[in-house]
Design a protein around this ligand. Structure first.
Ligand code: UDP
Length: 321
């Protein structure tokens, strides 16, 4: 364990979630104190149990859009806004919760940041680009979002979250950062998360058919969670309040990702096709030159290595259950 962040306190909203749980562990491993908030709408108690093994971790079970716990006695250095359901299966199930956490929840976190004179980070998303007409996506692209389609509860909520973050920065001088997270995968995703990598890995491990939506010609660029966490930290510690893409620019068609996973796991699975969801973006790949130019961030984990690590997690999970 290093002491790089000893004496610093990070408030992490959404600490029981997949990405936030890894972010919390990154700072705990480096000597920080972490205060986690979550209401378990999509996060897991297992993640909080893992974090609770660190003596410097404190947890509050709280729905942040209904209010924050009393933190008046706390010195807080960093506020990380990572509390939003983000899987497309959540968009039809809990759209209003997604909109409320990214609007009122984010506003309350920004107020706290202002009071504490802390630094704020908004975890935005590649979804702000919608079904992009510019490829790869660069931060200066304003996006192509259907503002009332089935994904709009998330896309527009995150666009609002970016807007309110910049408004606090411009109006009150709050020290803010914005990241746009591209597709991320790794251990501790929920097996029933609904996203493509956990679906395909779990189907492959069970030798069941992999469910490719549509023809599978749509593309995504997959980032292993450890790389993403390094990217988040690089932006948080930088001095630029404008948005940064964070991800891995290696791009795959979904059909190729399915074939790679079957082969890598030595699976007997076949591929079947299911209906393509409405407004499913046709291509997605981050241009990360802004991030690599401003920081020493470089993705380090190959797709092959990340898949094996993720599959190992799901294999162990199925042995335990
Ligand atoms: N997808 C798929 N099969 C699945 C799950 C997803 O073919 O079992 C496709 C989905 O239609 C999309 C891509 O994989 O084109 C990535 O979907 P995901 O839900 O992981 O996240 P998104 O990038 O759409 O937010």
């Amino acid at each position: 364990m290093s002491q790089e962040f000893a004496g610093k306190t990070f408030l992490i909203a959404g600490a029981a979630g997949f990405v936030p749980g890894h972010v919390a562990q990154f700072y705990l491993e480096r000597g920080a104190r972490v205060i986690g908030l979550d209401n378990f709408i999509t996060g897991t108690r297992e993640t909080i149990e893992i974090l609770s093994a660190y003596p410097n971790f404190t947890f509050y079970e709280q729905n942040i859009y209904e209010g924050l716990p009393d933190l008046s006695d706390e010195k807080i250095d960093y506020v990380l806004s990572l509390a939003s359901p983000a899987s497309p299966i959540d968009f039809s199930r809990i759209p209003l919760e997604i909109m409320r956490v990214n609007s009122e929840g984010t506003r309350l976190l920004l107020e706290l940041t202002k009071d504490k004179k802390a630094r704020f980070l908004e975890a935005s998303t590649s979804e702000v680009y919608g079904d992009p007409e510019i490829h790869p996506q660069v931060e200066t692209y304003w996006g192509n979002v259907n503002c009332n389609g089935p994904r709009s509860c998330y896309d527009e909520a995150k666009r609002f979250a970016e807007a309110i973050t910049m408004s606090y920065h411009r109006r009150y001088g709050v020290d803010t950062r914005i990241i746009r997270i591209f597709n991320t995968y790794g251990p501790r995703m929920r097996p029933n998360d609904g996203r493509v990598i956990p679906n395909f890995i779990n189907q492959a491990l069970r030798n069941e058919p992999l469910t490719v939506y549509g023809e599978g010609t749509q593309t995504r660029s997959f980032c292993f969670v450890d790389d993403l966490v390094r990217g988040i930290n690089a932006v948080l510690m930088s001095d630029d309040p404008t948005p940064f893409n964070v991800g891995n620019p290696e791009e795959y068609t979904i059909i190729d990702a399915a074939k790679i996973i079957i082969k890598a796991l030595g699976s007997k699975s076949t591929i079947i096709h299911k209906e393509l969801p409405e407004d499913d973006p046709k291509q997605r790949r981050p241009n990360i030159s802004k991030l690599t130019g401003a920081t020493d961030y470089r993705p380090q984990v190959s797709f092959a290595e990340g898949l094996q690590k993720t599959a190992e997690y799901f294999r162990n999970l199925s042995l335990r259950s």
